[in-house]
Design a protein around this ligand. Structure first.
Ligand SMILES: Nc1ncnc2c1ncn2[C@@H]1O[C@H](COP(=O)(O)OP(=O)(O)OP(=O)(O)O)[C@@H](O)[C@H]1O
Length: 286
């Protein structure tokens, strides 16, 4: 039951002059971004620049203080997070949020729940309809696990997975909500180089299936190896946008990272070819 997405022309998501303050702290100011309906878009910026706040606004966890966010042209103002998920936006978090005492299959099926169709009629009817939906859900969950090459571990507890595999399971669970747009918040945080290489291939293949991907990431070679378009946030404002080469050499971007804890990231990106950090080292295999 392959569920391929048709690539979408145009933009799937638009942020129009979006601002967000916490008390007197202006965390985002006049942020405008257009996320294409296909491909991988990256958002980078020094620690505390406001990147996760962008995702929290898109997913309805926080309301913007000003501006508009449109998904497929539809204003998301006032919508609850679960309604935004149902519209077709899924997200993974910086910190892994799995049910460790459940199997991989069960974890993905929880993500599917918002899409399964359980008719509310007589208990007899519900019984057979439920079983049919369960079967359909199970097949879909296994398919999604195969996309991140975890189908062989479908019946293991999530607790038994390596760190990199747990992150891949989160990706499969996010896909289970059948999104058009996938938001990935620092997908390779804490991963070793072999795990990065592995995840890079998975994300690339998911994008090729027609999903739009919007990624926040500190690992510059990873971002630059995957993203066609990259925006840079600094102190709540977009200071640059363009392809990897443009970002790597942009004086404002270099300036923004200089003297910060994460300035090594941009220095690394300037000296290494895209994707270089994702190469296995120390004999690690993908
Ligand atoms: N709910 C909140 N209440 C108050 N301040 C907040 C809240 N959420 C974020 N902030 C502040 O907004 C600023 C930006 O935070 P945000 O997490 O968006 O940055 P970031 O770019 O994702 O950082 P990092 O790369 O370190 O994850 C920080 O100063 C943070 O303390």
């Amino acid at each position: 039951m392959t569920q391929a997405h048709q690539p979408q022309a145009g933009n799937v998501l638009a942020l129009e002059n979006v601002s967000r303050s916490f008390g007197g702290l202006h965390v985002l100011q006049d942020v405008s971004l257009a996320i294409p309906g296909q491909g991988i878009f990256g958002l980078i910026g020094p620690n505390g620049a406001g990147k996760t706040t962008v995702f929290n606004l898109i997913t309805g966890l926080l309301p913007p203080s000003g501006g508009a966010i449109r998904f497929d042209g539809r204003d998301l103002a006032g919508m609850k997070p679960h309604d935004i998920t149902r519209l077709g936006i899924a997200r993974t978090f910086q910190n892994i949020r799995l049910f460790k005492e459940m199997t991989l299959l069960e974890n993905v099926m929880i993500g599917l729940h918002s899409r399964l169709d359980y008719p509310a009629v007589s208990s007899l009817w519900v019984g057979s309809a439920f079983r049919r939906e369960e079967k359909r859900g199970r097949a879909r969950a296994l398919e999604l696990l195969s996309w991140v090459r975890l189908e062989d571990k479908a019946h293991l507890l999530a607790d038994h997975l390596s760190y990199g595999e747990q992150r891949k399971l989160e990706l499969a669970r996010a896909l289970a909500t059948d999104p058009r747009l996938l938001l990935l918040d620092e997908p390779v945080a804490g991963m070793n180089s072999g795990e990065k290489q592995d995840l890079m291939q998975d994300i690339q293949r998911i994008a090729e299936r027609g999903y739009a991907i919007f990624m926040i990431e500190h690992d510059m070679p990873f971002v630059m190896g995957l993203c066609q378009d990259i925006a840079v946030l600094n102190f709540g404002r977009i200071i640059a946008q363009g392809d990897a080469e443009h970002i790597r050499t942009n004086p404002q971007v270099i300036e923004a990272y200089l003297g910060r804890d994460d300035d090594d990231d941009i220095a690394q990106a300037q000296t290494q070819p895209a994707g270089a950090s994702a190469q296995p080292q120390d004999g690690a295999t993908a």
